[in-house]
Design a protein around this ligand. Structure first.
Ligand SMILES: NC(=O)c1ccc[n+]([C@@H]2O[C@H](COP(=O)([O-])OP(=O)(O)OC[C@H]3O[C@@H](n4cnc5c(N)ncnc54)[C@H](OP(=O)(O)O)[C@@H]3O)[C@@H](O)[C@H]2O)c1
Length: 269
């Protein structure tokens, strides 16, 4: 999802090669070596991951192979070759107990297997390549993937009443906006860890209501349900709002408020 928008945004000003899992399995060290040597990029942006949060609970070994070993392979390949690595990570490295937005230096304490595998990936990237740029983001939706916005609209076609979680808070983020931010991170040669999301925050329930409102589906009711009641296998943080001031200060770039980005996404569907 993010990779597709990233290629679209970056190819306006750069030579971009996008590789999906069929062409390169990042968990395969030899394949990474061969591909990176053949392409010899100036910048390598890793948006590949095992992103099925519930699936990771059942397949923690696979999650670690892709999200931790895969990230390690890429970092090892960039080391000593003057290839700048930008690695994308997640708000789910946090446990959600903090009252306000999370800063980059706040301690990670992932609740589930997905977050643990991504946190391990982050740590290994930092250790191998201290000059790498790590970008944590959250609650992504975009044109090229299954996502919450599409799931809500699809359910609204079948039901008059939806049940949506109201005790998790985060920042919905449009992959097109994040892709632009990653382009800026590459151009500005950022190093270290940064949080990047669209501005503002909401619960999944508020997000769902806004989606239906903007899509002209006000006739569909949304009822609150708790995380416990929702019965999803993976635990999720109650608060994963990310403080993005460090990125804004470093780049001068402010991502737009999430309702504005959502409106744009819906208009372009
Ligand atoms: N989605 C979110 O809400 C969210 C939130 C915070 C952070 N992030 C992070 O943002 C990044 C992009 O997420 P996304 O939503 O765009 O995810 P996505 O749509 O699931 O894209 C991830 C891609 O990685 C590919 N992949 C899986 N295993 C691979 C492997 N071993 N080698 C190479 N490619 C592999 C997947 O292929 P298949 O589809 O064929 O498996 C998929 O095309 C990830 O780092 C994710 O952890 C996402």
């Amino acid at each position: 999802m993010l990779g597709t928008d990233l290629i679209r945004v970056l190819e306006a000003a750069h030579t971009v090669v996008g590789v999906d899992v069929d062409e390169l399995d990042i968990a395969n060290r030899k394949a990474v070596q061969d591909q990176v040597t053949a392409l010899s990029p100036e910048v390598l942006i890793n948006v590949a991951a095992y992103t099925d949060v519930d699936g990771c609970e059942e397949q923690e070994d696979v999650a670690f192979r892709i999200n931790a070993d895969g990230a390690t392979n890429l970092a090892l390949e960039c080391k000593g070759k003057r290839i700048r690595l930008i690695h994308v990570s997640t708000d789910y490295v946090f446990d959600g107990k903090r009252q306000g937005p999370y800063r980059e230096e706040d301690p990670a304490s992932p609740l589930g297997a997905y977050g643990r595998s991504k946190w391990e990936g982050e740590q290994r990237v930092r250790e191998i390549l201290p000059e790498a740029c790590l970008v944590r983001t959250a609650w992504l939706y975009g044109r090229a993937g299954r996502n919450f916005v599409e799931a809500i609209l699809e359910q609204a076609n079948r039901k008059k009443r939806l049940r949506v979680v109201d005790d998790q808070r985060g920042s919905p983020t449009y992959t097109l906006d994040l892709a632009k931010a990653l382009g800026v991170a590459a151009e500005k040669e950022l190093r270290g860890t940064y949080h990047v999301t669209n501005q503002g925050a909401c619960t999944w329930l508020e997000f769902a209501r806004k989606i239906l409102d903007l899509a002209g589906r006000k006739n569909v009711e949304v009822e609150p349900v708790s995380t416990a009641e929702s019965g999803r296998p993976a635990p999720r943080p109650a608060n994963s709002v990310l403080e993005c001031g460090k990125f804004e200060k470093a780049t001068g770039m402010h991502l737009r408020p999430w309702p504005e980005a959502l409106k744009d996404y819906l208009q372009g569907r």
